[in-house]
Every structure is written in structure tokens, then in C-alpha cells.
Design a protein around this ligand. Structure first.
Ligand code: ADP
Ligand code: MG
Length: 718
């Protein structure tokens, strides 16, 4: 007899369970996705012991008939897909038909479901209860139930002790479940979400009209104030799937319509910086995914606006025809493959970059005091900061109290688990193949309190704090909640150095950016008051008092000017009276030889003077002496340290910007330099004309605003 056997279903399901359900959060994810696929409007998730003892998800979706309720636990049984062709355009979150049988093979499951009466085989008020444990059906009975489905999963991994051992602390698992519910709540503001842990309410999010309101419900006012909205659309030139050959086409079947890419979302002002990319949330067709390509596009948009070691906070909701994205890449469905990768990448980068240019948000003086890049997870606000909420608008008086998550944050040891090993700071590039493994919760999740939804709790009525809250709320709400007016619509600028994908796609993209309350558009109109320590410019404006760092301001002006000159090959340069000799180490010499040509185009005329010595005869104007030497060595060292230099296109653009940034930095007005009012005015008006007056090319802030609101508040006038 041969040695090969076909595994029975029970074993096959447990193997599948290894991929699909590895922890309570992944069970919750599958159940939640099923509820959303069933069209539920209200979803309630209850967990006990971090989900190990119980995960129960109840919904008011379409429910199942008795036959379907039993079929649902069969392997590869799904209502969402019929033919292999359907796989090419999946519009539901689930489609593999694996989740329920997998879960049922490693836990005790109770399913209670009742279908809408118009559904085949459904009788009003009569539902079905199914009990399964370890893959065996124990009982099936009729039950009086309201329409919808409740699935309770108890004692996860009760029959696979080896798996149970790998579960993390309860609080860790709970943090993962909370993050999961939070994500889905963000992408479905119109639905009601509720998460309870042992009868504490962790998330309560009644339906709201807009994503901004949902962000407020979940993360609070401070977070919302740090974010700016973005919306853009790009009509694709052609559909991502090739046309079937003529003989396979159905008669009369029209050609595939090229669809559109749509992007909405929120992105952080440059002053808010994170040390890892855990605060970048990407949803594609309402599915949360991890994608290196898009993270790359986002960091590209922020290049030379925030430091290269920092990441922004971004919530990105991308919508595209289902044919444009392959979701069948990973059993947990957290990775996707775009059929028109370059278009999607460039579209995201350009939309964000343009939104940043358009918004030019002013950095608040007080906020910048403690704006060190933080590794704190995601958008979650620090637990202590509790500001009064906005006027109550929804019918959601909530008597519960915000519950703190357990004290045990995701342990550092999480890194050892390859599933959740997020390399935080290594560079990403579209050339890198494998998408990174994906954890639903940021690595260093901290305890956090979920915001009170639209209540004024915590402030006595009429107290000054509340007034401030309301006033502040007013401006934020105005900026974020009102639909973009016609005036906020702009054509997408063609990519400056992109692969051409966006330009060639006829750039019909539209960008709508609602202006934030204060921006840097009027820098040129400020009234200079003088200098502080001959380093900082003080100026008065309509919004309040401005403090401008003269060195970085000039650096930004020069940076953008030189880049423009470089594009038209007209870099200003000057001949040195005496050649400047620069000694390099052998490894620096090697880097120099790779970049000598680009250096030449940027105004550095360099000759070899000895095996390890360079002679500089000509330099970009504004650079001389020690500054010139330092700029050159800096460029060489930074290039040596750039891991992306291997990719020729990426490498060249970056190299060019690096050279420009160094030249700008060393040629710019220094601190401790007196400036007359004329020069100050000139500098401010030049700065106002730049694309990113918010920060210098290395990501430092340029101008801080001490707003009237802050001034009045500090003097207790409001
Ligand atoms: P998939 O979601 O990939 O189809 P699942 O194993 O998760 O596979 O679910 C199997 C089937 O059970 C689904 O296709 C759906 O028809 C049904 N189902 C599961 N959960 C629900 C629910 N909450 N409401 C209605 N139907 C459900
Ligand atoms: Mg499913």
C-alpha cells in the first residue's frame, strides 16, 4: 500500500486554521468581515479573557437559512464566489470559504441565525441554532431569533494545546481586537460598532455621516486637529485586466470600461511625526491592508517635508474597480496586488503631495514644543489628555465610562514572532517584492482610553474649558465637515519626476483640499517686528504672532530654486579664485566616482588631484570655503548611507535632492546674522512662494504660529 493518504476534513481544516486563525483577533476579523459582507448595519463584538474564552459577534445582516447555516461550516463553502472568473473581481471581504470551518475546527462555536423573510426557505421569526465543537456538529435546532447572525466562539484552541501556548497576554490580544474594530469602524462611519470586554465598553461608535466625525469619536479632538483631508480621483486609461481574445468574448459584450481610482483620507501636518509606520492605515475597497508600494508612495509624498527617519500619520481610503486589485494573495487577505501598480503608486504620491502643497498648514507654536517624533502607536492619543468634546449632535448619550486597556502593552518579544515582525525603519521600495507581514495592532500599543462619543463629559457646563472646546470644535468642524466647495478643486499637477504614469493617464485627477484654519499662504503679508538673537524673525499677522527660523526659511527657498534651475540645466555657479583641495578616504573616493557626473551638473567642477585628493575649481554660487568642503563631504557620506542608491531611478532623484539640500543648507543665511527689514520682507515673500514653506528639506519646521487663540488662552482671556 502506498504511503500517501488524503487528509480528512478535520485535519485539513486545522491546517487551514493555522493560516487563517492564529489568534483571537484573527477570529474576530473573520467574523466581523462576514457581518459586513452580510450587509449588517449594527455590529456588536464581545470578548472575554482577550478573546480566548469568548468572542461573540452579533449582527443585523441578512442572516442564513437552515441549509446555509450548515453549509457555511463546510470547507470551501461560500456564497460569495461561483466561478474562477469571479476571483478576478472580488467585491466582498471574504471569498475563500475557509474561515468558519477553520474556526469551528479549533474552538466551540455556536451559530444563531435568522434570514430575512424574503429569502428562500426563511420563515418569519424562525431561525437556526447550530452547535459545533472541534469540527463536530453537536446539535442543530430551530430557534426564535431576530433577523441577523450571532456567532459565539468559545475556548479557542481548546483541542490544540500547542497553539494555545502561543497566545499572548490577554491584554495584548485585547489590544489587537480593539485595533481591528477601530479600523473597521473608521472605514464604515455609517455603521454602528460596539466592542465590549467583560462588560466594559471599549468602543462605542454610533453611525455618523462622515469619516471625520468617526475619527473624532474614536481618537478625539487633538488627533482630528492634526489631520488634513485629501480627496482625489484619477480616471484610468485602460482596464487592468487584458481583454479576452475575440473568440472568447460573448457577442454584444462591450469592452471593459477603464475605471477610476478614488482616494479620500486624512494626512498629518508635517509637525506630527512618528518613528515608525504603524500610523499609516491603508484601506483598499474598504479592506485594511499592508502594502509596501503604497507606504513607499506616502513616504515619497513627505520627502523633504519631514525627516527621512520619520513617518506621517495617514488614513488612506482607496477605491477602485474590483478587477484592478487582486486580493487573493494571502490567506488572511491582508495583502493585495494592484494590476496597475505604477499608476496606483504615482496617484497616491501625487495626490498627497499636492494636498500638502495646497494645505501648507501652519505649525502651532505650543504643539511644536513637544512634537518630538514619537513611536506611540497609531493615532491613539495619550491617555491623560482629555479635552472637552463638541456639542452633542448625535442621539448617543453614553453612560459607560472609558475603559483603559490593560497595562501590558504589546510586549517587545512580539518581534520574535515572525508574523508580526514589522521592520520599522528599513526603507521600502516598489522594487521590493514581498509585502511585509502585517500586524493588526501597532507594535508598541499603549493603553489608551477610547473617546467619549460626542459628549461633554468631564467638563462642568459653562466652564471655560468647555467654551474653548466648542470654539475650537467650530473651526475644525468647519474645515473638515463641510463638503468641499467648488473653489477647493484643482487640477492635479503632472508628476515632476514620476514615471510618467500620472501624466500619461491624462491627469484628469481632481484634488479637493479644504483649507485648514491657518496656513502659510499669507507669509508674504506679515509685518516684520525684528529679530530675536539675530536668528529668528518675529512677525505679526492676522492669525497671531509668527516666529520664523531664518536659516531654514532661506534653506527652503534655495532648495526649491536650485531644483528648478537644475531642471532647466541653469545652475548658478562661480569659479573659485584658488582651487579648493579636499582629502577623502578610499571608500569616500569610491562613492565620489559614482556621483561625480551629477555633482558636475549641479555646479561642482571637480578634478582628481591625487589618489585621494579632489580639487574643486567651480562651485554652486553661495558656497565657499569650509561650507563648500562640508557640503561636498556631507553629500558623499549621505550617499554612502543611502540603501536605495541601488535603484537607478530612485537613486538619481534622491541624489539630486540630496545635493540640492546640502548646497541650500550651506549657502543659506546663517543664524546669528543681522537682517535688515528689507531682507526680512524679501525672505518672507520668497518663502511664501515655495511649495512647502512648512519645513526645511531635512524636515525641520520653519515657521511657528502663536495663534490669537493660544495667546488669549494663555492670558486667561477666554
Ligand atoms: P467566506 O466569507 O469566505 O465566504 P466563511 O467561512 O467566512 O467564508 O463563511 C461562509 C459563508 O457563511 C459565507 O459565504 C456566508 O454566506 C455565510 N455567512 C458567514 N457569516 C455570516 C453572517 N454573519 N451573516 C450571513 N451569512 C454569513
Ligand atoms: Mg468570511
Amino acid at each position: 500500500m502506498g504511503r500517501i493518504r488524503v487528509l480528512n476534513d478535520q485535519v485539513a481544516n486545522q491546517i487551514a486554521a493555522g493560516e487563517v486563525v492564529d489568534r483571537p483577533a484573527s477570529v474576530a476579523k473573520e467574523l466581523l468581515e462576514n457581518s459586513l459582507d452580510a450587509g449588517a448595519k449594527r455590529i456588536r463584538i464581545e470578548v472575554e479573557a482577550g478573546g480566548r474564552r469568548l468572542i461573540r459577534v452579533s449582527d443585523d445582516g441578512e442572516g442564513m437559512s437552515r441549509d446555509d447555516a450548515l453549509l457555511a461550516f463546510e470547507r470551501h463553502a461560500t456564497s460569495k464566489l461561483r466561478t474562477a472568473d469571479d476571483l478576478l473581481s472580488i467585491a466582498t471581504l471574504g471569498f475563500r470559504g475557509e474561515a468558519l470551518p477553520s474556526i469551528a475546527s479549533v474552538a466551540r462555536v455556536t451559530l444563531e441565525t435568522a434570514a430575512a423573510t424574503e429569502k428562500e426557505g426563511a420563515v418569519a421569526g424562525v431561525g437556526t441554532r447550530v452547535e459545533i465543537a472541534g469540527g463536530k456538529i453537536l446539535r442543530v435546532e430551530d430557534a426564535a431569533l431576530p433577523q441577523g447572525t450571532t456567532i459565539a466562539v468559545r475556548d479557542l484552541f481548546f483541542n490544540t494545546p500547542a497553539r494555545r501556548k502561543f497566545l499572548r497576554a490577554e491584554s495584548t490580544e485585547l489590544a489587537h481586537v480593539t485595533a481591528l474594530v477601530t479600523h473597521y469602524a473608521l472605514v464604515h462611519p455609517e455603521k454602528h460598532f460596539e466592542l465590549l470586554s467583560s462588560s466594559h465598553t471599549l468602543v462605542l461608535a454610533p453611525p455618523v455621516a462622515r469619516t471625520a466625525e468617526r475619527i473624532y469619536q474614536i481618537f478625539g479632538k487633538e488627533t482630528l486637529e492634526q489631520l488634513l483631508p485629501v480627496a482625489a480621483e484619477l480616471r484610468l486609461e485602460h482596464a487592468g485586466l487584458p481583454e479576452p481574445p475575440p473568440w472568447k468574448r460573448e457577442p454584444g459584450q462591450p469592452n471593459r470600461e477603464p475605471g477610476a481610482l478614488r482616494l479620500t483620507g486624512f494626512f498629518s501636518k508635517p509637525e506630527l511625526q512618528k518613528l515608525n509606520r504603524n500610523s499609516i492605515y491603508i484601506f483598499v475597497n474598504k479592506r485594511l491592508i499592508r502594502d509596501r508600494l503604497l507606504i513607499h508612495a506616502i513616504t515619497e509624498a513627505y520627502r523633504n517635508v519631514i525627516p527621512p527617519t520619520s513617518y506621517p500619520v495617514v488614513l488612506l481610503f482607496l477605491e477602485m474597480p474590483p478587477e484592478e486589485v487582486d486580493v487573493n494573495v494571502h490567506p488572511a487577505k491582508t495583502e493585495v496586488r494592484f494590476r496597475q501598480q505604477a499608476h496606483v503608486h504615482d496617484f497616491v504620491r501625487e495626490s498627497l503631495r499636492n494636498a500638502l502643497i495646497k494645505a501648507r498648514p501652519a505649525a502651532a507654536f505650543l504643539a511644536s514644543l513637544n512634537s518630538e517624533p514619537s513611536a506611540s502607536p497609531s493615532l491613539m492619543p495619550p491617555p491623560a489628555s482629555h479635552l472637552p468634546g463638541p456639542p452633542r449632535t448625535g442621539p448617543a448619550p453614553w453612560s459607560g465610562r472609558p475603559t483603559e486597556m490593560g497595562q501590558d502593552p504589546l510586549p517587545g518579544s512580539l518581534g520574535q514572532n515572525s508574523d508580526h515582525n514589522l521592520p520599522d525603519s528599513d526603507p521600502v521600495g516598489p522594487t521590493q517584492e514581498a509585502a511585509e507581514p502585517f500586524s493588526l495592532t501597532p507594535r508598541q500599543a499603549e493603553p489608551f482610553a477610547v473617546r467619549l462619543p460626542f459628549t461633554d463629559q468631564g467638563t462642568a457646563p459653562g466652564s471655560s474649558g468647555q467654551q474653548f472646546g466648542r470654539a475650537a470644535w467650530g473651526s475644525t468642524a468647519k474645515a473638515l465637515f463641510e463638503p468641499a466647495a467648488g473653489g477647493g478643486v484643482d487640477n492635479l499637477r503632472p508628476a515632476q519626476e514620476g514615471s510618467g504614469a500620472v501624466e500619461s493617464a491624462a491627469a484628469t485627477a481632481l484634488i479637493e483640499v479644504e483649507q485648514s484654519a491657518t496656513n502659510l499662504n499669507h507669509l508674504g503679508d506679515l509685518r516684520p517686528l525684528g529679530q530675536l538673537r539675530e536668528s529668528f524673525i518675529l512677525a505679526a499677522g492676522e492669525d497671531g504672532l509668527w516666529i520664523i527660523d531664518q536659516h531654514v526659511a532661506h534653506e527652503r527657498v534655495l532648495f526649491e530654486k536650485i531644483l528648478r534651475e537644475r531642471q532647466t540645466q541653469k545652475i548658478e555657479r562661480q569659479r573659485l579664485l584658488m582651487p579648493l583641495l579636499v582629502d577623502l578616504k578610499p571608500d569616500q573616493m569610491a562613492v565620489f566616482s559614482c556621483i561625480a557626473e551629477e555633482l558636475g551638473r549641479n555646479g561642482f567642477e571637480v578634478e582628481l588631484f591625487g589618489p585621494q585628493t579632489l580639487a574643486l575649481r567651480e562651485a554652486p554660487s553661495g558656497l565657499e570655503g569650509a561650507g563648500l568642503e562640508r557640503a561636498l563631504v556631507e553629500i558623499i557620506e549621505q550617499t554612502a548611507a543611502d540603501p536605495d542608491k541601488a535603484s537607478p531611478f530612485q537613486g538619481l532623484t534622491r541624489l539630486r535632492e540630496r545635493i540640492t539640500a546640502s548646497v541650500a543648507c550651506h549657502a543659506a543665511i546663517k543664524v546669528n546674522t543681522p537682517l535688515d527689514p528689507e531682507r526680512i520682507r524679501w525672505l518672507l515673500s520668497e518663502l511664501a512662494k515655495t511649495s512647502h514653506p512648512t519645513s526645511c528639506p531635512h524636515g525641520r519646521p520653519i515657521a511657528l504660529l502663536y495663534s490669537w487663540r493660544e495667546i488669549d488662552r494663555a492670558f486667561h482671556r477666554i
